[in-house]
Design a protein around this ligand. Structure first.
Ligand code: CMC
Length: 422
């Protein structure tokens, strides 16, 4: 537990002064420990957890006003450009970037666990072919709980560690298969000669008939960067869901499945898919002005814009935009939808409605465009977010289980009927 600053907040309740300790983190605002007001017969009220620190964490820091995102102290743009996704995974899981030797051994471990139990492949058949791949992911990741009975002791550090490796290693296989299933193609098994991002693209796009399939290195690099930019994001809705589920002692595969479910919503990870659907709906540049009027009348939201924490710019969006430009140039793509997106961005960044509300493009605004350029179908966008975020979720789950914790149990302001008789 962090030290108190010695400073105290004084809360006056019914004339009684209550001292509340204040803690300081390494960075960010001090926090007031309000737990002491419980014995005074009060709860706190903070719908949406706008001002609530739900836990202490050493993994990720965000300064929303300055557009800063640090993983274990390292800025996201440096990780995205000077490291790769597996470096970032190692960093999130272990606290430090790997040495060359550590990286080699971590990568080997991940490669050793890319296969899933063959029985898992049968679960897919229970879904309709037109199932959304996120529905399949919630199901099959949760189903992994049934395959590792001998390593599910959450008190055992070795069990926790092997679970983290299994999840990071297997999630691309399950993600690619959730796509293959919906298009009726055979599952492609992992090829452990390939690196993490290459392997994912290989399982997505190769077929047994195409013996010469080669992964395009430009696309693999872009994919790796997309994974890195989505790896973790502090106590967002899905991570908080994983922590809350984990606080009950639920097994880690079930916890990650709950994170995938929370991520699916359009206000969270589902936004990247929603951006493309929005661009489809707008159609052409001529319709942008009319669409923006609808947004201002609050009839629709401008998907890919706004963020609970970032009120200046999303540092991930900056790197994503740059990657987007590089990929489109390397592939020689001149996508009219991209022009449309740029027009939306231009208007939004200059219109007082968006400026006053501090609504800037977030990571999902550009990731949808770049994923489309890579050839990823729209309904797979959120699956890719889930794939990349799995390491963040499991890092938070590991952190929670490496120290004492209490079951998460919020209270409420009850406004229903008072007790009455039948
Ligand atoms: N389009 C139009 N208006 C918006 C938008 C938007 N995308 N986002 C917020 N606003 C308005 C909102 O109507 C409100 O206006 P007013 O003050 O007049 O009532 C004001 O801006 C403040 O918004 P809020 O709803 O209080 O903000 P929030 O912090 O509760 O919501 C958000 C954050 C991300 C849920 C929201 O901005 C949103 O729904 N954005 C679109 C979905 C999206 O792109 N999500 C991806 C987030 S980044 C990836 C991730 O981490 O998951």
């Amino acid at each position: 537990m962090s030290e108190t600053t010695g400073k105290k907040a004084i809360l006056e309740l019914d004339g009684k002064k209550i001292e509340l300790p204040i803690y300081s983190g390494t960075l960010g605002p001090d926090v007031i420990d309000v737990s002491g007001i419980l014995k005074e017969g009060h709860f706190t009220f903070d719908p949406g957890f706008m001002a609530t620190s739900a836990c202490e964490s050493k993994i990720t820091y965000i300064d929303g006003d300055k557009g800063v995102l640090l993983h274990r102290g390292y800025p996201i743009d440096q990780l995205a450009t000077k490291a790769d996704y597996l470096d970032t995974c190692y960093l999130l899981l272990n606290g430090e970037l790997p040495t060359a030797e550590q990286k080699q051994s971590f990568e080997k471990k991940i490669r050793n666990h890319t296969m899933v139990h063959d029985q898992v492949s049968r679960f897919f058949n229970g879904f309709r072919r037109d199932a959304h791949p996120m529905a399949i992911m919630v199901g099959v990741v949760g189903a992994l709980s049934a395959f590792y009975h001998n390593s599910l002791d959450i008190e055992n550090i070795d069990h926790r560690d092997i679970t983290a490796v299994r999840l990071v290693a297997k999630i691309p296989t399950l993600a690619a298969w959730s796509y293959k299933y919906t298009i009726g193609q055979p599952f492609v098994y992992p090829n452990n000669d390939l690196n993490y991002a290459e392997n994912f693209l290989y399982m997505m796009f190769s077929t047994p008939a195409d013996k010469d399939y080669k992964v395009n290195p430009v696309l693999a690099k872009a994919m790796d960067r997309i994974f890195t930019l989505h790896a973790d994001h502090e106590q967002n809705a899905s991570t908080s869901t994983v922590r809350l589920a984990g606080s009950t002692g639920a097994n880690p595969y079930a916890c990650i499945a709950s994170g995938i479910a929370a991520l699916w919503g359009p206000a969270h990870g589902g936004a990247n898919e929603a951006v493309l659907r929005m661009l489809d709906e707008i159609g052409t540049k001529d319709n942008v002005a009319e669409f923006m009027e609808k947004v201002k009348r609050k009839e629709v939201k401008l998907m890919g814009f706004g963020h609970r924490v970032y009120k200046n710019f999303d540092p991930r969006a900056k790197v994503m935009k740059q990657t987007c430009d590089e990929v489109l140039e390397a592939l020689g793509i001149n996508d009219p939808q991209l022009e449309l997106a740029m027009e939306l961005e231009r208007i939004a960044l200059n219109d007082p409605y968006f400026v006053e509300r501090k609504l800037y493009p977030n990571v999902d605004f550009y990731s949808g465009i770049i994923l489309k350029a890579i050839g990823i179908p729209t309904e797979m966008f959120t699956v890719i977010f889930a794939l990349a975020r799995t390491v963040g979720w499991i890092s938070h789950w590991l952190e929670m289980h490496s120290a004492p914790y209490k079951i998460g149990r919020p209270r409420q302001l009850y406004t229903g009927p008072a007790q009455r008789d039948i």
